[in-house]
Design a binder for this molecule. Structure first.
Ligand code: ZN
Length: 72
């Protein structure tokens, strides 16, 4: 069995397996490193997760940071 590595980058908007209690399920990656910090785009609450946990809980990338830049 091959585990597919999820790709994400700083500034990406990602969807998690569980939405935030505020009802929003779109998080912006605001810090990359050993730990990943994501910020809820609905209420601005931020959460710090170890990278392994983040990768388990992340569902998919909704908007890539590179795409956002190209729209500006
Ligand atoms: Zn929220």
């Amino acid at each position: 069995m091959v585990l597919q590595r999820k790709e994400f980058a700083l500034g990406d908007i990602v969807e998690m397996k569980k939405p935030h209690p505020c009802g929003t399920n779109a998080w912006k990656v605001i810090r990359m490193g050993m730990d990943i910090r994501i910020k809820c785009t609905g209420c601005g609450h931020s959460v710090l997760l170890p990278r392994s946990q983040f990768e388990k809980k992340m569902k998919k990338v909704l908007i890539q940071a590179a795409e956002q830049e190209s729209k500006e």
